[in-house]
Design a protein around this ligand. Sequence first.
Ligand code: SAM
Length: 285
Amino acid sequence: MATLGIPQNTIAVLQKYNFNFQKKYGQNFLIDTRVLEKIISAAGIAKEDFVLEIGPGIGTMTQYLCEHAGRVAAVEIDRNLIPILEDTLSAYDNVQIIQQDILKMDINHLVQEKNQGKPIKVVANLPYYITTPIIMGLFENHVPIDSITIMVQREVAERIQVGPGTKEYGALSLAVQFYANPEIVAHVPPNCFMPRPKVGSAVIRLTRHREAPVQVKDERQMFALIRASFNQRRKTLVNGLNNAPDIAHSKEEIVLALEKMGLSANVRGETLSLEQFARLSDLLS
Ligand code: SAM
């Protein structure tokens, strides 16, 4: 099977199978070999790796993964793509195609069964509407992972990477940075996809921390505080937390904890670093 990264070959496959793009699945297929090579090298894929690819489409990146990795599991929701994948990947015996919704899959079980629980690499050109649940699901469920290298909306990539005091800083930046080191490795314009998306994209690599960058007694409580304080960005942290239904602490307790941290009662959540949210959580627990 010819390399699909070349537009003519992608068009030939789509015509052969009379394939109709499904908007609801965010289908924008890559048609640029340089971008594909960049993703493989940024992910550092090697023969000893087990790679989980989310949303293989017609198998464009999967072909590259099969060439470089030891084994590949490709999880695709769209039933119509399965016969196409069986065709475009027929030359490879190190790939397993799984028809399933990744959000409903027990990935820990897959890693146990296929890689004896050893850390895997995740590579994906994601449908944008499920970027956050996928990333957070992998981290919060403690799936053994080395790195996640993913194509996301450019804006989301920037939001993940920034620190306190910027407009984009939010719960997603803090959550990702707690678990991993994020690095944007490429900016990808709309003309690298078929059909062209309306927005620019970026490839971001999230390398899992070996040790958490901050220590916190109750991870769940810290993330509840983070979510509550960014839900009401315009309010002070004290009012934001006080209005949140899942935070049980009184205004006085929160003000006292902030005082112990040397912070004013008028501080806004978006100015706090990950370390400060961890400290606040410990003081309140
Ligand atoms: N990897 C291919 C490429 O780069 O050309 C396709 C990328 S396309 C942006 C996203 C793919 O994810 C589509 O094939 C789509 O059908 C699939 N997809 C969407 N939602 C999914 C889900 N919940 N679980 C698994 N795959 C999904």
